[in-house]
Write a protein that binds this ligand. Structure first.
Ligand code: IMP
Length: 198
């Protein structure tokens, strides 16, 4: 089954391909430079995932999936949340976003045991401008300082999942995929896609 992933983030595309396996052909918006992506104006990940999936599905005939994900740090009132990709500014990169998050925690003197956090992922599935489903996954953990590891992307070097003493950037992609927010949301998505196929 062929799917269009409404993203230009190559790391997300890689994880979707790893997680969905060979039964699914995943292409992303890097193959369609002419397709505009909407402003992520939603207040929640669900709203943003739906916005992205519906917008792309109005412009291309394929089944479209869109992922909106982010990190919620309890001591920061759930920030960066939906602003995870642009926490340190509109075109901020991963390093600046991580730096800003650690600066905030240090500034507020948040103790190590109070640095609980979770990654959340919401995936919307759409076709021809119509929403077909929404799938969610999350993983609990804590923020570590300084960052550790070089695998993964985004906030992986500062996120240690519950039950592990390594960060997402220190474990293999296979181990991350087994427990990650995206892994869980994709498991639910895969089930729905099988039903559509039959
Ligand atoms: P968006 O879903 O494109 O709005 O961006 C989500 C942002 O959250 C990414 O740019 C990353 O900074 C962060 N993020 C989402 N998932 C992960 C992950 O699996 N590891 C690390 N950072 C992530």
């Amino acid at each position: 089954m062929d799917l269009l992933l409404a993203t230009r983030n190559p790391n997300k595309t890689r994880e979707f391909r790893e997680l969905l396996g060979q039964a699914f052909g995943v292409i992303d918006l890097s193959s369609f430079p002419e397709i505009a992506t909407p402003e992520e104006a939603g207040r929640t990940s669900e709203e943003n995932a739906i916005l992205k999936a519906i917008a792309a599905s109005k412009q291309l005939p394929s089944l479209v999936i869109a992922d909106d994900s982010g990190l919620e740090v309890d001591a920061l009132g759930g920030a960066p949340g939906v602003f995870s990709a642009r926490y340190a500014g509109e075109n901020a990169g991963d390093v600046s976003n991580v730096d800003k998050l650690l600066r905030e925690l240090r500034k507020q003197n948040i103790a190590t045991e109070k640095r609980s956090a979770r990654f959340r992922c919401v995936i919307a599935l759409a076709q021809n401008g119509k929403l077909l489903g929404v799938f969610e996954g999350f993983v609990e953990g804590k923020i570590v300082d300084p960052p550790r590891g070089s695998a993964g992307f985004g906030y992986d070097p500062i996120f240690e999942p519950k039950g592990f003493d390594q960060t997402f950037a220190e474990i293999t992609p296979e181990s991350k995929n087994k427990i990650s927010h995206r892994g869980q949301a994709i498991a639910a998505l895969r089930k729905a896609l099988r039903e559509i196929e039959n």
